[in-house]
Ligand binder design. Structure first.
Ligand SMILES: [Zn+2]
Ligand SMILES: [Zn+2]
Length: 310
């Protein structure tokens, strides 16, 4: 039984067929006509399917193959000229095993909450921005190596919504139980239930309303049409995603709380004569309620309302 691959196609083909050097046939999803690129399938212990792409180099097996997979950590396989593809596949399975808990944590969040970002999380995404309600959200960054520990958290939203949540999180942080899932710990720490994703687009059909600057009108907020005040579309462009960004600026007036895209708000404020600028901060009126003075960093680097947890 030869354990080596050569640069000659015929020999590579012959070697591949010899079973001990190669993962079980059902693991092979794809192989190109040059017998250079292979896609190997592997399931983790929760039954999720993963794919390892292996590109054999011209100096194979002296040179390690190039490997790629949708995982949140860098691939660092041990390779010697004697290493077989079966062993490589085995190393991939071990890696998947070590990440099972990480994906269990994120799958529960994806299933039971309304994830605002990323739009379509991949298996390598460790971040989730989760809707809380009242146009607030929490951004969590789960550590792939310690998925059940307290993740890095960042609360986003109007100050009057975010401040009490941040206080609760800080006060309850010491009760974090690594035996429980991140989601249940977050619910306990924030003392909330996360709203689930709305089922239909109908939710936003009624939200067709122009921003107004009339001083007398009460903020007839689009939020009124949405259960649990979960409208998150921008009050200026009426869309949720603008070049993949979602509204992360919120009017600080508790009666308004309208969200805006940073770019939309900056363009809007820039056009108003009442807008003032001090250094790199823009001050202006909320396009919806006209009451609150909005502050916006001119260079769109960071939101002044983003409340970071220490
Ligand atoms: Zn917008
Ligand atoms: Zn407002």
């Amino acid at each position: 039984m030869t354990e080596t691959f050569t640069v000659h196609q015929g020999q590579i083909k012959t070697t591949l067929i010899q079973t001990k050097t190669f993962p079980r046939p059902e693991s092979l999803l794809f192989i190109d006509t040059d017998f250079r690129t292979l896609k190997l399938k592997a399931d983790d212990s929760s039954g999720r399917e993963h794919i390892l792409t292996v590109k054999l180099k011209t100096k194979h097996p002296t040179e390690a193959p190039e490997c790629a997979a949708d995982v949140p950590v860098p691939l660092a396989f041990h390779w010697t000229p004697q290493t077989t593809l079966t062993q490589l596949h085995g190393q991939f399975l071990q890696l998947l095993q070590s990440l099972t808990e990480f994906w269990d944590v994120l799958d529960e969040i994806d299933l039971k909450t309304w994830v605002l970002e990323p739009e379509k999380p991949s298996r390598s995404d460790a971040m989730r921005r989760i809707a809380i309600g009242n146009n607030a959200s929490i951004k969590v960054e789960v550590d792939p190596k310690h998925p059940k520990m307290l993740p890095e958290c960042c609360l986003l939203g109007a100050e009057h919504v975010v401040t009490p949540l941040r206080d609760k999180l800080n006060a309850n942080m010491h009760l974090w139980n690594p035996e429980c899932s991140v989601l249940s710990n977050l619910c306990d720490a924030l003392e909330i239930q996360f709203p689930s994703r709305p089922h239909t687009k109908k939710l936003f059909q009624h939200v067709v309303k122009k921003p107004h600057n009339s001083q007398s009108e009460q903020p007839d907020s689009a939020r009124l049409y949405c259960p649990e005040s979960l409208s998150v579309e921008c009050g200026i462009c009426y869309s949720f995603r603008l070049e993949s960004r979602i509204p992360d600026q919120v009017c600080n007036d508790p009666r308004c709380g309208q969200p805006f895209h940073q770019d939309c708000l900056y363009q809007w404020l820039r056009a108003l004569p009442s807008t003032r600028q001090s250094f790199n901060i823009v001050f202006g009126e909320c396009p919806y309620c006209s009451k609150c003075f909005l502050k916006l960093l001119q260079f769109l680097i960071t939101s002044v309302w983003e409340t970071r947890l220490s």
